[in-house]
Design a protein around this ligand. Structure first.
Ligand code: AR6
Length: 208
């Protein structure tokens, strides 16, 4: 299924100010994984069946990093929608490894899927929690008939997850859902992570 040396790896130039190409991998005949550098708040495909993932915290009321950028771009309606998500215990709307969905408001995508990755040095089993965060997002997106989904590098900022390790989990989980989405994107903010990700992804996907 797209494995072997003809795994459908190709570079496409992307418009706008992004000088980095989108590198795409065929996961199945009707499903692609795409890696690109960029700002996830600008990402969209069609505005009606697309979603971006937010690397949130358990309170789900915004924060720094990509969470702050998504809340700024989506406008105050997003915070209100997050506030309305019921608490499962005091101060916790989304436990680590789970996900919640809202509208996208002023973002170009129709949905935001909020998830909470592990704090690497605190979590007893960060790999279990990170896999669960990716899976929860993909499961929720599938239930909501999302066809295109974009992830930032969950937990790889202030939560301190080493990117090479995180990439293994991200790719393996995307592959589990290869029949459920037209495109799964990884939108990475820094050259370091983008480059590490490509180095890491290519042999893994080819070795499918
Ligand atoms: N587009 C894509 N990626 C981005 C963007 C962007 N606009 N901005 C930052 N990144 P982090 P975490 C990258 O720290 O580690 C927040 O305060 C960033 O370079 O945002 O899961 C939350 O409220 C990094 O590679 O998320 C939580 O408290 C990646 O996104 C906590 O941080 C994730 O970094 C979550 O920490």
């Amino acid at each position: 299924n797209g494995g072997g040396s003809s795994a459908g790896v190709s570079m496409m130039s992307k418009g706008g100010d992004d000088k980095h190409g989108v590198v795409q991998f065929e996961l199945s005949p009707s499903s692609f994984l795409k890696i690109q550098k960029g700002d996830i708040t600008k990402w969209f495909i069609d505005g009606s069946s697309d979603a971006i993932v937010n690397a949130a915290n358990e309170k789900m009321l915004g924060g720094g990093g990509v969470d702050g950028a998504i809340h700024r771009a989506a406008g105050p309606e997003l915070r209100a929608a997050c506030y309305a998500v019921p608490e499962v215990r005091p101060g916790v709307r989304c436990p680590t490894g789970e996900a919640r969905i809202t509208l996208g408001f002023r973002l170009p995508v129709c949905r935001v899927i909020h998830t909470v990755g592990p704090i690497y040095d605190v979590d007893d089993h960060p790999e279990v929690s990170l896999r669960s965060a990716y899976r929860s997002c993909l499961r929720l997106a599938k239930e909501d008939s999302i066809q295109y989904i974009a992830f930032p590098a969950l937990s790889c900022g202030v939560y301190g997850y080493p990117y090479e390790e995180a990439a293994t989990i991200a790719i393996a989980t995307a592959k589990e859902f290869k029949d459920d989405f037209k495109e799964v994107h990884f939108v990475l903010f820094s050259d370091d992570i983008y480059n590490a990700c490509l180095d890491h992804y290519q042999p893994m996907i080819r070795g499918n």
